[in-house]
Ligand binder design. Sequence first.
Ligand code: HEM
Length: 496
Amino acid sequence: MIQITPLEKKQQKKLVTIWSITFLTLFPILITLGLLMRLNQGEEINLKANTFYALMTLHGLGMAGVLFSIAFAALWYLISTRYARLRVGVGYFVYFLILIGVVALTIATLIGKFGPGWYLLYPLPFIGTSWKPWSTGLSIISIIILGIAWLIGMLHLLYALAKAYGGITHLLGWQYLGKKEVQQDLPPIVLISTISLVPGVMAFLAGAVMLILYLLQYFEPSLTFDPLLLKNLTFFFGHTLVNITLYCGVGWVYALLPEFTGREWKTNKVVVYSWNATFFFILFAYFHHLYMDFVQPMPLHYAGQIASYLSAIPATAITMFGVIAQLYHSKIKWSVIPLMFLLGTAGWAIGGFAAVVDSTIAINKVLHNTLWVPAHFHTYMLMGIVLFIFAFLFYISSENKGYSTDIKTKLGFWIFVIGAYGFLTMFYLGGLNSVPRRYSDYKGIPIQSTHQTGVLLSQIAVVFIIVLLAGLLLMYISLFSKLLKKEDTVEMPVQA
Ligand code: HEM
C-alpha cells in the first residue's frame, strides 16, 4: 500500500469520475444501436443494409473500446490510490486521446457509413465497398489513435508497478514459486493487472502493425498484403483486448470483495500458477477464430483448441473457488456491490463455458458464424465485465457515503439481470437453430423455418432489451443520486 495525500486522491477521483460519466453516457447509446439491430432482424423496422452494418460496426468497436477504457480507468484508480504512483496528467492525456478517437470513429460510421464490422476483415474495407472511401481512412486513423492512447496508459501503469514491486518477474508472482521467503506481499490485483496488461501491450503492438499496413494500402491502393497474416494479427489484437478487459475487472473483484466479507484474499502459489497459465496461453487461444481458414497450418488449429482450454479454465476455476471461499458463511451485508461481483463471476463462467464449447473444433464446425458466437461473448461482457464495472461505479460513488442497500438499486439490478439473460437466451437459441450471425435481416435465408425462428427470436429479444434498459434506468437514478450526494456518513460494509 502506498500513502497518497488527500489532494492526490481527489485528483485521481476526479479523473475516474470523468471516465465514469463518459461511460454512463455512451453505454446506453451503444445498447440502443443493438436494439435497432434486433428490431431490424425481427422485421419490426426496415434499415438499409449499409446503415445496419455501420451501426453494427460502431456498436462492436464502440462497446469493446468503451468497456476496455472504463475497465482500464477503474484499474488506474485502484492502483494509483493504493499500490503505485501514477501521474494524473498522463491519465488525462490518455482520456482526451481516446475521446478524439471515439468522435472520429463515430463520424466515420454514422456519416461515412463505414461498415465492415469490428474486425475490418482484409481486404474487405478496400474492395467494392458501400461506404465513403474517406471513412475507411478515418476509421483506421481513429483506431490507431485509440491504440496509441491505450498503449501509453498501459506502459505507464506497468512501469509504475514494476518500480513499486521490484521488476516484471515479481509482478508475475514468480517469487512465490521458489523456496525463499517472500519479502513483499503481491496483491492479487497487481498480479492480475500484469497478466492482463503485458499480453495487452503485445496485442496492441500487433494491432499497430496491422493498422499501419491498412493505412499503407489506403494511401497506395496498388499494394496487397497476405490476408491470412492480417487475419492473424487482427484476431490476436481483438481476442486479447476482449479477454484482458474482463481480467481487469476480475482484478478488482480480488481487491474489493474482501472489504465486504472481511476476509483476506492473498496471492499464493496456486493463484500464481493459475494466472501465469492464463498469461502464457492467452497468447495462443485466438487461433480458434481461424478454424475455417484451411490455409492456416493445421498444428495452429490444435494449438488453438488446447490454448483455449488452458487459458480459460485455471483462472476461472481459482477465481470461482476464491469467491465461494470469500462468501461462504461470511457475515456479508448484501448490498448491490457484492451481488454484482457474485453474478458477474457467474456470467464470466457461463459465457466462458459457452466460449470453450465453441473453441472445440468438432463443435465449431457446426456453431461457427451462428448466433452462438455473439451469445457467448455477450454473456461474459454484459453479465461479466459490465456487472463488475457497475459494482466498481457503485463502490466509488459510495466511498465515505455508506454502501447502498436500497431497494430501488436492487430492483433495478434484478430487472437488468432478467432482461439481459432473456436477451442472451435468444442469441443462444438462434445459434442452436443455425441462425447466422451478422445478417442485417433474415429475409434472404431460403430455409423457411430458420428464417421464421430468426425473426421470432429477434422479436422476443427486443422485449428483453427494453426490460434491461428499464433496469438500467433504475440503477442510473440510484447511481447519480449517490454521485451527487455530499454528506459523509461512513458505514462499514461488513457487519461486526
Ligand atoms: C443489451 C446490450 C446489447 C445489445 C442489445 C447488443 C446487440 C447486438 C446485436 C444485435 C449484434 C449483432 C449480432 C449479429 O447478428 O451478428 C451485436 C453484435 C456485437 N456486439 Fe452487442 N449488444 C449488446 C451489448 C454488447 C456488449 C456489452 C458488447 C461488449 C463488447 C457488445 C459487443 C458486440 C460486438 C463486438 C458485436 C459484433 C460486431 C461485429 O460482428 O462486427 N455488445 N450486438
